[in-house]
Design a protein around this ligand. Sequence first.
Ligand SMILES: [Zn+2]
Length: 433
Amino acid sequence: MTRKAFDFVNRFKFLFFLSLVVIMGKDQVFAQQTYTAFTGATIIDGSGKKPIPNGVLLLKNGRVMAIGTKEKTTIPKNTTIRNVAGKTIIPGFINAHGHVGDVKGIDPGHYSTQNIIDNLSIYARYGITTVISLGGDQQEAEPLRAMNDTISTQRARLFIAGEVITGKTPEEAIAVVDRNHQMGVDFMKIRVDDQLGTAPKMPEEIYRAVIKRSHELGYKIATHMYSLADAKKLLAAGSDMLAHSVRDQPVDEAFIQLMKKRKVSYCPTLTRELSTFVYAETPEFFSDPFFTREYDSEIIQPLKDPNRQQQMRNSKSANAYKQQLPTATANLKTLSDQGVPIVFGTDSGISTRFMGYFEHMEMEMMAKAGLTPMQIIVSATKNAAEYMGLKDLGTLIPGHWADFVVLEANPLADIKNARKISGVYISGKEVKK
Ligand SMILES: [Zn+2]
């Protein structure tokens, strides 16, 4: 080849490479051209199956390529090996009921693209690699959710419900559904709750119209509810997910059968209840290093104010929710035992429900309710992905996104070991600490 031709070919190669970088983004071009294998860990894949001892998790381009025992998994040549012997790998947790973008510390009203990213980064650092925001999502959220199928995120993946649907007439409410649809949401969300008799409740005529319209447009609909009676009516009307616990009384056989027949998922959000009364005193977790690493003393200072605490002690609603927490807890155990699909969620991301940390408290509360660590993990991985219809997420199986957490200790021995985070990986890339 002549010198000139050689230059020409090289220049062409360089331009081709440059345009690849431009088209695909530098992360796609440079990241994980080769295989990476995490070896030696106990791997919990999220399916509920027995963990894999001395396992291999093989990744490429942000996705799981293979998972299995060392003996049965072929590691290709030139694979980068990450020896994580003695540790445990679990899928990243999915919070099926959170909120993002509004809160900074405990202050609401900060909705912006940057704050959504900041919130999702906090979740990610706690091992929550996917958040379904069930309402309060504005236009800024859509481009971020649209990035779910790229590998360049250093934050939790985001799914959104848009505006919580309200309206004085069916037509008004349907107009909100249509606006959400235009915006590009993943779910619809309504509230059917009179806030302990202090607010008007959405009438059945309206929620029936909303559910019908949502289904016509191809959306699942999550419903915020409180009482057993409303939960049953919502199930009959077609709700696809109950976004909170039944709190007013024990669930009954008719309700259980309805849930099972329609395969509706149940999201307990026990920490939501806790948040309504826990700040009547200074809670113990304020001095937990796992909490203070994200939330400093300045952020929590207002919650230590004696007047504010006194107000909460005297609050009628705080006392009512506190009294009902044991009912909610018992209902979770009953429904789990009966085989109703439990999906993990906290309703965090609202002021004083601390993103990331509350998810770990929720797991602890679920364990206290009587669920096994495996049941809790499945609720936050396979169940959340399956029942919310999230693609390529939840379990660590070939083809799925490589969203996982490396733990120093096995959470099957104690769910609190999920706090012993060695590293969080989203699309196979470690999230900055
Ligand atoms: Zn909520």
